[in-house]
Design a binder for this molecule. Structure first.
Ligand code: ATP
Ligand code: MG
Length: 398
């Protein structure tokens, strides 16, 4: 699909229309808050009745993601529907699209939720984007394992579907390791990726409108810890102007080629030799884009509202350097026991430039995303200093 394809321009959906979102997690919650700030009403479809987005939406359609009656109720109420998680069944988006405007569409989401389709798309797009994914091979049988070339090892075996926060991934050094890992994952189809020498990781947040116009936010530099995003820093301390420009151009080529409407985040690796490799994309606002809520003219959630409502896209300009820290459930625990206590938010909020976002989850669990903090400051060094102070208060290594 390309942006030259004929696409009828629909009128905008103005407030107080209803906007629908598939999924009730924290991304749906922050989307709902942004939509409501603009005067929209929000309906969330989610099977669990105690969910972060359900606490703030005007309506919770309590139904499974593939439930026909639930989907039809959402479509009947809303002027447009989006998704807050990438594993939403593509068939559900197709069903919704029969009666309501859906952004992103089933095509874009189905490419992003399947690592094989995603890699194939990136390879096909490379003449336009100028970037390739890591060397890789589909592993679906013993014959595939036997045929692994030496050059792909050491590598990472990733399940094709449903991976997130490093789940569904095993690092492998040999064919025997691949075999053991494949068996441990019940022989679901996997992708073996060559382990690349990463210098650092960046993500590029883009948004594309119904009219084919697109915008790109500043490059974000990401640090992961135990497979989960730990911090996002913008501007990235390691990011050169050259790799920033290359990643931004690649991202715009990718959204155009996908014929995508909405916010899309693309993760890239910068290798030790300076080259850029595209890793994966998320068809929705992204954890690494949370800094936009406090540091940019238009947040990623307000941008998603604009794109799906077919309004002009907002200014992506960043007005302050920013560092975002994810707050995991771990900081509620003081020792190895199950005893929890509320972190010292009054101390955190005494730090200059602190913005606290909590997602309304009442049971903290280790490794569970409970909220995030963004520090904005006149200089990046000042923002980083406040982040270090927050880490000390929360008892986490900076
Ligand atoms: P998330 O949904 O949290 O972004 P994920 O579980 O979908 O993550 P990836 O982003 O593919 O998985 O990988 C998680 C992390 O593992 C990457 O951010 C990177 O640090 C590392 N990684 C993944 N693939 C490679 C690779 N080919 N070479 C080196 N490191 C890699
Ligand atoms: Mg990732």
């Amino acid at each position: 699909m390309s942006d030259t394809k004929f696409s009828p321009i629909l009128p905008a959906a103005n407030p107080p229309a209803w906007l629908g979102v598939m999924g009730g997690g924290q991304l749906g919650r922050m989307f709902a808050q942004a939509a409501q700030a603009m005067g929209y009403q929000v309906a969330v479809l989610e099977p669990s009745d105690a969910c972060p987005a359900g606490q703030v939406a005007q309506r919770l359609v309590n139904a499974g993601y593939s439930d026909a009656a639930g989907l039809d109720a959402l479509a009947a109420q809303c002027a447009a529907v989006t998704t807050e998680f990438e594993n939403v069944p593509a068939d559900s988006l197709s069903r919704l699209a029969q009666s309501v405007f859906v952004a992103p569409d089933a095509h874009g989401v189905s490419v992003a939720q399947d690592r094989i389709a995603e890699k194939r798309f990136f390879v096909g797009c490379a003449p336009k984007s100028g970037v390739l994914p890591a060397p890789h091979k589909v592993i679906a049988s013993q014959a595939d394992i036997d045929a692994i070339e030496d050059d792909l090892l050491p590598g990472i075996l990733k399940t094709v579907r449903m991976g997130y926060d490093g789940k569904g991934q095993v690092r492998v050094k040999s064919r025997a390791d691949v075999q053991a890992a494949f068996e441990s994952m019940d022989k679901v189809t996997c992708l073996l990726e060559k382990m690349l020498p990463l210098a650092y990781e960046v993500s590029v947040l883009t948004a594309r409108g119904h009219d084919g116009e697109s915008v790109v936010y500043p490059i974000a530099e990401n640090v992961h810890r135990d497979g989960i995003l730990f911090t996002t820093t913008v501007p990235g301390p390691n990011v050169s102007d050259e790799s920033a420009l290359k990643a931004q151009q690649a991202a715009q080529a990718i959204v155009a080629e996908l014929g995508y409407v909405g916010v899309l985040c693309i993760e890239f690796f910068v290798l030790t030799d300076g080259s850029l490799v595209v890793n994966e994309m998320a068809p929705r606002p992204h954890n690494s884009g949370h800094y936009t809520m406090d540091a940019c003219v238009t947040s990623q959630f307000a941008q998603q509202v604009r794109a799906m409502a077919r309004l002009p896209l907002g200014d992506v300009r960043q007005h302050s350097p920013a560092v975002m820290l994810n707050i995991l459930g771990d900081v509620w625990f003081t020792d190895d026991t199950d005893a929890t206590r509320e972190p010292a938010w009054h101390e955190i909020l005494a730090l200059p430039g602190a913005n606290l976002h909590l997602y309304g989850k009442d049971d903290p669990r280790r490794a569970r995303k409970m909220g995030h903090l963004t520090f904005v400051a006149p200089t990046l060094a000042q923002a980083q200093q406040q982040l270090n102070a927050a880490c000390a208060i929360l008892g986490i290594a900076p």
